[in-house]
Design a protein around this ligand. Structure first.
Ligand code: NAD
Length: 497
């Protein structure tokens, strides 16, 4: 069997070898998941909640192991791995506890035409959900699909990124160990490269939840199109931040510094662009520079963030920064020397702040996915909003303003907005997560995230017959036609609401 090796991005050391699974092996995993699906769905949301909470408890009790593996395989500092674990636990707990209420059968009014009926909506599991995940938040990101799909009564086959198979294997093992009484196949991991992901798309799963780049998302969609398999797309972002003249500048600078550079900037909803109004520009930049002076990459316990997980990303960052500088941008923190060189090593990048880079440069338009940020001076909030809303992505956004935050937030085209904070929407399990345009479609997290993994079924039940009032018959008495005409004119023929 062909294998691939997962490596520590900081040291290059091997972590473990994993099989490159073939389409047959993926098919076998999906069949096992299909077998388990009936039993898992039949448990109902309340019993599933117990199993999911047992999983959370096991992960929580093995916190040190998880954090060490996350640090080794993904490179993020232990403190960030701990945040990822906490978010995972909060989200699975929320999904498990809220599924019974969110997915319960709901009565709806039958309306005047079918007043002799009762009507309701049921939320049924799809069956088997395939999840394809990225490496940047290798467990938190896919858990937004895995945890919610399981809570909604589906079994899950998860194809993790080839950069982080050990973490996926670990969380699946924790699930099995926490739930020895469940059949095999409730939550399974299949490992491999792009072909294994493509095989999962063509395996007959009932839905694919994809998180990754828009380019791969297109391939996933076209594979799923062959069988009309529905898809959820969580893709990249180029998230803007608006800093108004009444912003708390130290707060804004601290948040932007963290949002742009944490996890080495490898965050789909990380801060990539800032629009700051001219009167506070200098003070904001001074604060940002002050905060970033204390931020440095490394793999030691005190490092702010780790290496670039993919060495090839260093070239992308270099291209973006070089282009920005060539086109008249100024580096006010760091510069080309900060990228892949210096004392830390080739796959580390120190923070870079690019000022007044042209809006059509790649550093402003494309996802950089590095610890860099562009800062543009604008005349006023209107210009900030207009520029923030330009671009192909529509994932997250943020605004800093003491008194107009909510109003400005309402004008930003993004699936999620934080006010006087960055990325806070990701930590509120009840808030749906997702975007539009190149950022994808569909939602994970929250009630919408649970319903994303449920088929909606509508039922109308006739309680009694009303002679002459039935529409679904070829008997068309004249009286009924007259009544219908009257209803149309009286009920719908007037403009008043
Ligand atoms: P990627 O697109 O390279 O890979 C994602 C996954 O797709 C991997 O598991 C990969 O093996 C698989 N894959 C590759 N080719 C495939 C194919 N032809 N068919 C099926 N699967 C295939 O993305 P990445 O580099 O792992 O992750 C980084 C990207 O993910 C960034 O763009 C980032 O913004 C995005 N992201 C988005 C979110 C979100 O929630 N919106 C969260 C995290 C990351």
């Amino acid at each position: 069997m062909t294998t691939f090796v997962s490596r520590n991005p900081a040291t290059g050391e091997d972590i473990a070898a994993f099989p490159v699974m073939s389409a047959e092996q993926v098919g076998a995993a999906v069949r096992t998941a299909r077998h388990a699906a009936g039993a898992w769905a039949a448990l109902g949301p309340a019993r599933r909640r117990e199993h999911l909470l047992r999983w959370v408890a096991r992960l929580a009790r093995h916190e040190t192991e998880f954090v060490e593996l996350m640090h080794a395989e993904n490179g993020k500092p232990a403190a960030d791995a701990l945040v990822e674990l906490l978010l995972i636990c909060e989200h699975v707990r929320w999904a498990a506890r809220n599924a019974p209420k969110v997915l319960r059968t709901r009565r709806v009014r039958p309306g005047p035409l079918l007043a002799n009926h009762i009507a309701w909506i049921e939320y049924r599991p799809y069956g088997v959900v395939g999840v394809i995940g990225p490496w940047n938040y290798p467990v938190f990101t896919p858990i937004g699909s895995i945890g919610y799909a399981l809570a909604a009564g589906n079994t899950v086959v998860f194809k993790p990124s080839e950069q982080t198979p050990a973490l996926a294997d670990y969380v699946a093992r924790m699930f099995a160990e926490a739930n020895p009484d469940l059949p095999d196949g409730v939550f399974t991991v299949v490992t491999g490269l792009a072909e294994t992901g493509a095989a999962l798309c063509r395996s007959g799963v009932d839905k694919i939840a994809f998180t990754g780049s828009a380019a791969t998302g297109r391939k996933v969609m076209s594979a799923c199109a062959e069988s009309l398999t529905p898809v959820l797309m969580e893709c990249g972002g180029k998230d803007p931040v608006v800093v108004a003249d009444d912003a708390d500048l130290p707060l804004a600078a601290e948040a932007v510094a963290w949002g742009a550079t944490a996890n080495a900037g490898q965050t789909c909803a990380g801060v990539e662009r800032v629009y700051v109004v001219e009167p506070v520009r200098d003070a904001f930049l001074a604060e940002l520079g002050r905060v970033l002076r204390g931020v440095r990459p490394g793999s030691d316990p005190d490092a702010s963030y780790g290496p670039m997980t993919l060495p090839s990303q260093v070239d992308v960052i270099r291209r973006h920064v070089a282009d920005a500088l060539d086109r008249g941008g100024r580096a006010v923190v760091g510069g080309l020397d900060s990228i892949g060189s210096g004392s830390v090593g080739d796959n580390y990048v120190s923070p870079v702040v690019l000022c007044d880079t042209p809006e059509d440069s790649v550093a402003v338009r494309e996802e950089t996915f590095g610890p860099t940020v562009t800062v543009r001076t604008v005349a006023d909030v209107d210009e900030a909003v207009r520029l923030a809303n330009v671009g192909d992505y529509g994932l997250g956004a943020a605004v800093f303003s003491r008194s107009h935050g909510t109003e400005i937030a309402g004008r930003l085209d993004a699936g999620m907005v934080s006010v006087n904070a960055v990325l806070s929407f990701a930590g509120v399990p009840g808030l749906p997560f997702g975007g539009s345009g190149e950022s994808g479609f569909g939602r994970i997290h929250g009630a919408d995230g649970l319903r994303e993994f449920a088929r909606t079924r509508s039922v109308a039940l006739r309680r009694f017959t009303v002679p002459g009032a039935d529409f679904a018959t070829f008997r068309r008495p004249a009286l009924r036609t007259a009544v219908m005409r009257r209803i149309i004119r009286l009920r719908h023929g007037r403009t008043a609401s």
